[in-house]
Design a binder for this molecule. Sequence first.
Ligand code: SF4
Ligand code: SF4
Length: 412
Amino acid sequence: MASPILNAFLPATALVPLKQHAGPQARCVVSAGDVVKEGSLLGKADHSGSANIHSPIPGVIREVRQLRTVAGVAVEAVEIALEGRFERLGKREERYVWTSMNRNDIVQTIRDKGVVSMDAEARPLIELIQGSGASAIVLCGLESEPFLRTEASLLRAKTKEVFEGLGIIAKLLAPQGSYICIDDSEGDLPAHLAPHIAALKTQAELVVLEARYPQDLPRQLLSVIHRDRKPLAAKDALILSPSTAFAVYEAVVLARPLVERFVTVAGGAIKHPAVLKARIGTSIGDLIEECGGFLDQPSKLILGGPLRGYPVYDLDAPITKSTPAVLALSPEETGRSRVEPCIRCGRCRDVCPERLDPSEIQRNLGAGRRKEAEILGLRDCTLCGACGFICPSQLPLVEIFDTGLRTLGGEG
Ligand code: SF4
Ligand code: SF4
């Protein structure tokens, strides 16, 4: 269920990685001692797959240093100490009328402002749109994993802005239609969205799906969206989140670079879980403090969701363009100390979106029978994490399959 969105305080220090996107790191264009404004360029995208990086706060560059991301990648990061004032404060925000902008100007604006798909892939949005021959836009307001509230909350709280962003993307892609997907746990959200859907210039349809995880994987999502009585094919669909549409709105209508994002801060060890609008580069420690701190010693900290997120051990780690959540899970929620043998309950098979039998695969891998695991479909495993999350025996299925897949490598 959606939550109200709170504005996070400005961080006293922001640590901004120069790689927050799929491709190569952006080229650093600042040095220690430089004074920057909110939105100043820190890193310039010189390559395909790369996106511009901007300063989330006004201040002074303390240093440019190496940082190891939660995914284990070494990147350069710019540390900024908050100083000075926000130029926008107290001023009426200027709005640009995108309906009278030409296509090239919109494309250039979205590229300049560093907009990426606000998901784990974080692909530069313009590359995604230009490389797509899609005839439909799918606005996916489903939460990808348990605990997350980011997309549904945004869809409810910033409906007008999200739909304006969708309208801008539609102007670039010229689709035949749009599909807005939400799950059935969102109460009156369908009624709330109805006038916005009706006002879209292209044909649009609301698709309400049963709440389950993972529910945002393209193959599963598209299999339940029908056009002309057939499921929508992957080549025909551009799937975007409300966060991405909102970033497009801010870039084009308000001329704002991508320096903020919406983040769920949740888990049983957080005192006051919330969805925050926070500056990129804010430390997860600051965001947890903002939510009242820890209720209890967390058993696990995760950047992202419990199924596909990254464990994090450093409260100074910053959020990036692709961070949907910061989770602090209680020992009851992780239960990692109580790993038991498989009881053959079959729950993992019921939830596997690839229709695999995770229990059989793990049994074969455990016995060193890699070939059998491969025959059972190990190569089709997307490491979505649903089986491991549901397993009452707490078997670390995703880790087992990840290792198994790496062992298989290209052989076979
Ligand atoms: S959910 Fe866990 S315990 Fe149940 S069959 Fe699957 S692996 Fe075994
Ligand atoms: S991690 Fe693999 S086996 Fe487990 S549910 Fe996802 S696709 Fe199926």
